[in-house]
Design a protein around this ligand. Structure first.
Ligand code: FE
Length: 218
């Protein structure tokens, strides 16, 4: 099979959020799409290991927010490369709570759709949720982020749990093993730890941010 053929599919970039008890959850996804108009319904496929997936299974609700081209790695990294369990993803960004009690980011977001799950499909690694849209709102008219723009201009990476993840883009940038050293640097965006002196022009192999986003932790 020609796996490169899958690169020809186009996507956007979205924050999918939900709520689990008192915990607001959210993650980055590229596979949100409208599947019917009457009634308006959306589908989203999320990895089973995502905390947000569990929250949607529990609450039966999710909100999809469309990112604009202004969204940077601080926002995408927070929602794409961290877990809601250990990290307050919404802290530092403006947000609202929708009619279903689901929090959604309003920074760099063009529109949001609040959904109630009407069906789900077990796809092995992922679950596809079909959501009936109960509220929708345009937040701004800035150009929306495409997945292509994210890779080309923002220079972002594909999280390992994305439905379209191929693996090779992370491996290609994997640095040579560092020599034993007391120095330790941590990526402020995704939490990746690099041991040793940071090489010039270094980029995080997980989320793609430059060395300037690393903080010395040892
Ligand atoms: Fe990183």
């Amino acid at each position: 099979m020609d796996l490169k053929a899958f690169f020809k599919l186009s996507y956007g970039l979205y924050i999918i959020s939900s709520v689990s008890g008192d915990l607001d959850c959210g993650c980055i996804a590229n596979t949100l799409q409208q599947v019917t108009a009457e009634p308006p319904m959306l589908s989203i496929a999320l990895h089973k290991d995502n905390r947000t997936t569990r929250a949607i299974l529990e609450s039966g609700k999710f909100c999809g927010a469309v990112l604009t081209e202004e969204a940077d790695m601080n926002l995408i990294g927070a929602f794409g490369f961290q877990t809601s369990e250990k990290f307050d993803k919404f802290g530092g960004f403006s947000s609202e709570r929708d009619e279903n009690g689901v929090r959604y980011v309003t920074d760099c977001v063009a529109a949001r759709y609040s959904c109630e799950v009407v069906d789900s499909v077990d796809l092995g690694t992922h679950i596809m949720f079909i959501g009936k849209v109960t509220a929708a709102e345009t937040l701004c008219n800035d150009p929306v982020m495409t997945y292509d723009y994210y890779h080309r201009v923002v220079k972002g990476k594909t999280p390992a749990k994305a439905p379209s993840y191929k693996g090779e883009d992370v491996k290609a940038d994997e640095p040579a093993p560092a020599k034993a050293s007391a120095e330790k640097w941590q990526c402020a965006i995704c939490g990746y730890i690099y041991e040793g002196e940071l090489p010039e022009g270094y980029q995080c192999p997980i989320c793609g941010v430059p060395a300037s986003k690393f903080e010395k932790i040892g």
